[in-house]
Design a protein. Sequence first.
Length: 249
Amino acid sequence: MSITGLAGMLNIKGLTPELLPPEEVYAGVVTPFKLRIHNTKRLLPSFLIRAECEEGHGVTIPLLPRSGSVTRDVALTFPRRGHAVIRHITVSSPFPVSFFTRYWILPTEKTFIVFPHLTQGSAFGDGLEARQSGISIRHDRGLDGELERISIYSGSEPLRMIHWKLSARGDDLLVKEFGRQAATPLIIDLDKQYGQNLEERISRAAWLVRRWVRERPVGLKLDTRTIPSAAGHRHGLKLLAELALYGFD
């Protein structure tokens, strides 16, 4: 019993868990997180490792090599928008003889933002634009949108568009091609969204942000505060975070 107890404790000793959330986590949606386990022991591998978040979901790793790491997907769901935190991860193992399961509870304090649940809203938002019969968005090349592709220099592009680092690796000059922000900016007014309560309006506003922000400039009006319109993935994450934390200050 003493020998197996010592072997079991050495098996789970020196293990460091790390939870890696994705960029986008939405309330009520099952989301894959990365759970990485580091084995800091230089001489001994670990066997039959079970790592669980405090939500009760986890992964099993048959073999964790010495001085190595293993990453697995773990599916987590958060019912509400706002700040979320995983305070600890439990690392356990029945090794070596499955008579007992030994475990460590390791603090992580991993914090991230859960975006609102998405509820499909009006195709174009509110106000004058909602009464228009259509919308035209240009996808041709420009200088003010997001980076779309890398192509061969034709001679007509400005020199500042040349991607010198990539060009140095080959025989051709390569240029960065950007999209054009030619669509009319969309300002989403939270108070004007359809819904019986605040959470429904936030969910519809979040859907509009995610639907349009890659194709056109999108802004957000929250009470008396207005976030200027812009396009692109990063700006969309900023607007979703504003909606996720709205009312919690």
